[in-house]
Write a protein that binds this ligand. Structure first.
Ligand code: ACO
Length: 331
């Protein structure tokens, strides 16, 4: 079912969450044997202690299917209850078709539609916004929003400044359209703020692609510059999204940040006036999983009993583009 008449105010409400991490765990110490680095350096500069890497042949869609199955089980739904799948990824199995259609088949969904969005590490925020638009317009009732990545496939293993930072994984969130009052007391997505600025493309990019090189390429990053933009832009986007619905830092129960670097996460929280006791942190265990990091952190936060029904969450992310944004969600 992909068409539905819009009625009164509606919200896209979270009804299920799940994640999947590949079996192989790679501790920092493994990099010590491959290059001139140390567990101490990686922990001190990034907060990362370990990350998961997909097995040979294990693809982004396979991670996404497992995360989606976990989210469906969490919601008590089946794949046929879903109208649409939106996947945020920059590491698709193939150039096309979309990872979303592969996940659709993997879930044995008999109808609906699926497609991918690409906004690198901010991808999940853009996917949320897309799903939210379908739901509030009445075009879909339930949307599976997935962040799934295999960044280990685009690492330059000779570049110690980037290859220690990233990991693989997938997280999935099910949003359902529900009648609402239209106030900030509603459950669901309350506001979104999206931004991009292409003049910063050289700060973070992959040096290969279909049209330019006919190859996959590897990730290149000017870490210090990305760090500077992240600290400047993330608190700002979060405040913009909160202000737009009359909420303040004091109202925030949990910041659920993109998990790139503990120092970026804590500086952003500090700028927002939110203590680290109200921030979901998974970067130590997952590394930077790009578009998967926010749904992974949401899933871990819920399973640990931290995020509870009625809590106000702010999710924020920045990545290649640069593209950045935030979402305010009442769980
Ligand atoms: N092990 C040991 N030493 C290292 C390593 C490493 N893995 N990597 C770099 N170094 C060295 C550098 O060579 C440099 O040595 P030098 O002083 O002799 O030249 C020294 O450590 C300091 O390097 P810097 O680059 O100045 O280190 P910095 O404190 O900036 O930390 C880091 C680097 C962690 C990459 C940081 O800049 C950062 O986190 N930036 C943000 C990157 C990020 O989060 N990107 C993702 C956001 S967007 C997205 O998610 C796609």
């Amino acid at each position: 079912m992909t068409t539905m008449a819009a009625k009164g105010p509606r919200r896209a409400v979270a009804v299920g969450i799940g994640h999947y991490l590949p079996e192989r765990v790679v501790p920092n110490s493994e990099f010590e044997t491959m290059m001139d680095t140390s567990d101490e350096w990686i922990r001190a500069r990034t907060g990362i202690e370990r990350r998961h890497f997909a097995a040979d042949g294990e693809t982004t869609s396979q991670l996404g299917i497992k995360a989606a199955e976990a989210a469906l089980a969490n919601a008590g739904l089946t794949a046929d209850d879903i109208d649409a799948i939106v996947v945020a990824t920059s590491t698709p199995d193939l150039t096309f078709p979309s990872v979303a259609t592969m996940i659709q088949t993997g879930l044995k969904m008999s109808g609906g539609f699926g497609f991918d969005v690409q906004a690198v590490c901010a991808g999940f925020i853009f996917a949320l916004s897309t799903a939210n638009a379908y739901i509030i317009s009445g075009q879909a009732k339930r949307v599976l929003v997935i962040g799934a990545e295999t960044f280990s496939r685009i690492m330059d293993w000779d570049d110690r400044t980037t290859c220690v930072l990233f990991g693989d994984g997938a997280g999935a969130l099910i949003l359902e359209g529900q009648d609402a009052s239209g106030t900030n007391a509603d459950s669901g997505i309350l506001s979104l703020d999206l931004n991009s600025d292409g003049q910063y493309r050289d700060l973070l990019f992959v040096d290969g692609g279909v049209s330019k090189t006919q190859s996959t390429g590897v990730l290149k990053m000017q870490g210090k510059e990305v760090f500077r933009h992240a600290v400047e832009k993330l608190a700002k986007t979060a405040h913009t999204a909160l202000d737009s619905v009359g909420l303040h830092s004091d109202d925030v129960d949990w910041i659920v940040p993109h998990q790139a670097n503990l120092r970026i996460i804590s500086r952003t929280a500090q700028k927002m006036g939110v203590g680290m006791d109200r921030v979901i942190v998974t970067v130590q265990d997952h590394g930077n999983t790009s578009a998967a990091s926010i749904p992974l952190a949401l899933s871990v936060g819920v399973s640990q009993g931290k995020i509870k029904k009625g809590d106000v969450l702010v999710a924020e992310a920045i990545g290649g583009g640069l593209a950045w944004g935030s979402a305010v969600i009442r769980w």
